[in-house]
Design a protein around this ligand. Structure first.
Ligand code: NCD
Length: 322
């Protein structure tokens, strides 16, 4: 079988591996469902959309936000979760069980597997191993993090009512940031978008990714200095420098804290409509005093949208709504 399958407006039974699977109509369909999920989440009565469904959260890498968001999404819809954290340390995987066997075992217990793994390509590997149930990528190494990017796209859409003709700044660890890779891929599905990628040279996009994204239509401008930030763009998306992806700590020390979103930076370059985003966790790259700025969405709508969007995705993939 050829993976990953295009979504093309039908989500039922599909794996979710990459933003490459999407086209604008599929994203529009997903986005139309999100407000309905928000209503369910805000309602005191539990929904039974996922009643009788068991979803496995198989997380080989640390996560609190994405893990919590997925777990809450399933429960908001009346489903149940099987939550396996660090199987490489605490389960049969620590006894030498292969990854493929682990996937096949959990496939027998549940209706979908949500996977986070430190290796790029592991979600595809899981999808190849699983015969019957969908695999949802919750972050594979430095590869992709499609549900975070869909959340980010939704948050940008909510503000602008379009995903075309936008300009944004994405700052920090562009090389290792899987949420960044998926977000650029997502924006490249729409016309006339431009992203300024602000990072030290060592953390710029991998050249293969640079070529792939550039050919897909999005305009990419790589910058290294804060003074090159264009004024009044639609969004700023700051990210953490991913210490765990560096081979030695001196390389990390040389690039950490290069760019910090401060009130001064906002005053110099942001506009009234610029929103400030971050996939979290944040270290020092956004000054705490920015949190109370009305344009800061990283601790407010961006988080809430993540749960609503995951509710919509799981319900569509399990075919419980259409
Ligand atoms: C990110 C991740 O794990 O890829 N966070 C997230 O899941 N929202 C970003 C990070 O770890 O820095």
């Amino acid at each position: 079988m050829v993976y990953p399958q295009k979504i093309s407006a039908t989500f039922k039974g599909k794996d979710l591996i990459s933003l490459e699977q999407f086209d604008p109509p599929s994203i529009a369909k997903l986005f139309k469902t999100v407000p309905k999920m928000a209503e369910i989440a805000k309602n005191a009565r539990p929904s039974d959309i996922l009643k009788g469904k068991i979803i496995t959260l198989l997380f080989y890498e640390p996560s609190s936000r994405t893990f919590g968001s997925f777990s809450a999404s399933v429960k908001q819809l009346g489903g149940q979760t099987l939550e396996i954290i660090n199987p490489q340390e605490f389960s049969s995987a620590s006894k030498g069980e292969t990854f493929e066997d682990t996937i096949k075992v959990f496939e027998a217990y549940c209706d979908a597997i949500i996977l986070r793994h430190p290796e790029t390509g592991s979600s595809q590997k899981a999808a190849d191993a699983a015969g019957f149930i969908p695999i949802i990528n919750a972050g594979d190494g430095i590869g992709e993090h499609p549900t975070q990017a869909l959340t980010d796209l939704y948050t940008i859409f909510e503000k602008n009512q379009t995903l075309e003709g936008l300009t944004g700044v994405i700052a920090g660890d562009i090389l290792h940031g899987r949420t960044v890779h998926s977000l650029i891929q997502g924006l490249s599905l729409y016309k006339n978008n431009t992203v300024y990628l602000l990072s030290p040279e060592k953390l710029m996009l991998d050249r293969k990714d640079y070529r792939k994204f550039s050919q897909s239509g999005i305009k990419i401008v790589e910058i290294t200095k804060e003074s090159q930030i264009p004024k009044d763009v639609d969004f700023w998306y700051f990210t953490r420098i991913q210490k765990e992806r560096f081979l030695n700590s001196s390389d990390y020390e040389s690039v950490k804290d290069n760019y910090i979103l401060t009130p001064k930076l906002i005053k110099s370059y942001a506009g009234n409509k610029t929103i400030f985003m971050h996939p979290l966790p944040r270290l020092h790259e956004i000054d705490r005093s920015v949190d109370k700025d009305v344009r800061a969405v990283y601790l407010t709508s961006q988080i809430r949208n993540g749960m609503y969007l995951r509710m919509a995705l799981i319900a569509l993939i399990l075919g419980q709504i259409s």
